[in-house]
Design a protein around this ligand. Structure first.
Ligand SMILES: C[S@@+](CC[C@H](N)C(=O)[O-])C[C@H]1O[C@@H](n2cnc3c(N)ncnc32)[C@H](O)[C@@H]1O
Length: 288
C-alpha cells in the first residue's frame, strides 16, 4: 500500500487549525478527499481511521451550522462572511462549497419521492447558492420589493433572499411535500418575510411580485401561459424577471422585455419592463 494516504491522514489528525470553526473550506476539502479515499481503501484499520476523521470533521461542521442558525434566528446575516471566502466564482450550474454551507445551515429535509411530473414541467433542482447570492448582489432588492419564485422547489431562493435582504419573498410550488419542507425551515429559522404557496404557477397571484424568479421550472405550453400572465401584469406596472438555466433563452426572446443582454445560461439574467400598457417599445433598457 502506498504511504501517501497514511501520511496524509497523520497530517489531518495532527492539524489543530483544521478544527478551528473558521476553517470550513479546508474541512470540506478534507471531507471530499476522505470520501474519495474511503472508496479505494481495503485495509479495515485504514477504513476505520478514515471514518473516524469524517465523523469528527462533520460534527465540527454541524456545530458551526447550528451556531449560524442561531445567528440567523437573531436576525443576523450569518451567510455574509462566508460567501466570498468559500470559493472563487465559477460559472455554470455545478455546485460548490457554498451549497454545502447553505444545505448544512438550512437543513431542509428533502422529500424522498416527488410525484410524477405532468408534461412541460421540470423536476426539482436547486439554484446553486453562488447564483442566488449573485442575484441578491445585482438586483439590489429593497424593503418594498417582493421576490416571487415560480416553481420554488424546497424554497432555497425565497429563504436566502428573505434572510439576506429587506425584501419579502414568496415561493410558488406545485409539489406539496416541498412546500411543507420550505415552511418548516422558515419557521425553524424564524424567517418571517417569506411565505410558500402550494399552487400551479399558472394559477398564482402575480399582483404582489416586483421580481419574478424562474430557474427553468417549466417549458412549452406551461412556460407560454406563465409568460403571458407576466406580460399582462407587466402591462399594468413595472416589474422585473430573473431567470437561470435554459429558460433564459426563451424569456430573452419575449419582445416586451428588456435587459439580460449578453448573459448566458451560466449566470442569472435580469430583465425588466416598466409598464408598457400593451405597447412593445415603451420600455427602456437597464443592465444589471
Ligand atoms: C428546476 S426546479 C427550481 C427550484 C427553485 N426555483 C430553485 O431555483 O431552487 C423547478 C421546480 O418547479 C416546480 N414546478 C414545475 N412545474 C410547476 C408548475 N406548473 N407550477 C409550480 N411549480 C412547478 C418543480 O416541482 C420544481 O420544484
Amino acid at each position: 500500500m502506498s504511504r501517501a494516504l497514511p501520511e496524509w491522514l497523520d497530517r489531518i489528525e495532527a492539524d489543530a487549525l483544521l478544527r478551528e470553526p473558521s476553517r470550513l473550506r479546508e474541512r470540506l476539502d478534507a471531507l471530499d478527499r476522505l470520501e474519495l479515499y474511503a472508496d479505494g481503501a481495503d485495509a479495515p484499520a485504514l477504513q476505520a481511521r478514515l471514518q473516524a476523521r469524517r465523523s469528527e470533521l462533520e460534527s465540527i461542521n454541524q456545530r458551526l451550522y447550528a451556531d449560524l442558525r442561531r445567528d440567523l434566528r437573531a436576525g443576523r446575516n450569518a451567510f455574509a462572511p462566508w460567501i466570498e471566502a468559500l470559493e472563487p466564482s465559477p460559472g455554470g450550474d455545478g455546485y460548490d462549497y457554498r451549497d454545502d454551507l447553505v444545505s448544512g445551515v438550512l437543513a431542509l429535509d428533502e422529500p424522498a419521492n416527488a410525484g410524477p411530473l405532468p408534461p412541460d414541467m421540470v423536476f426539482y433542482q436547486p439554484t446553486p447558492a453562488r447564483h442566488v447570492f449573485d442575484l441578491v448582489r445585482r438586483a439590489k432588492l429593497g424593503d418594498d420589493d417582493v421576490l416571487v419564485d415560480l416553481g420554488a422547489g424546497l424554497g432555497i431562493v425565497p429563504l436566502l433572499v428573505a434572510m439576506t435582504t429587506g425584501a419579502r419573498t414568496v415561493g410558488v410550488e406545485r409539489e406539496e411535500a416541498y412546500v411543507d419542507a420550505s415552511r418548516r425551515c422558515a419557521e425553524h429559522l424564524g424567517v418571517s418575510r417569506t411565505s410558500f404557496e402550494c399552487a400551479d404557477a399558472r394559477e398564482a397571484d402575480l399582483t404582489q411580485g416586483t421580481l419574478f424568479y424562474l430557474y427553468t421550472p417549466f417549458t412549452g405550453s406551461v412556460m407560454r401561459s406563465v409568460l403571458d400572465a407576466l406580460r399582462a401584469e407587466a402591462a399594468r406596472r413595472a416589474l422585473r424577471i430573473a431567470t437561470f438555466g435554459p429558460c433564459t433563452r426563451v424569456v430573452a426572446a419575449e419582445p416586451w422585455l428588456r435587459g439580460g443582454a449578453g448573459v448566458g445560461e451560466d449566470r442569472v439574467a435580469l430583465f425588466e419592463v416598466s409598464g408598457f400598457g400593451g405597447g412593445r417599445d415603451a420600455v427602456g433598457p437597464r443592465r444589471a
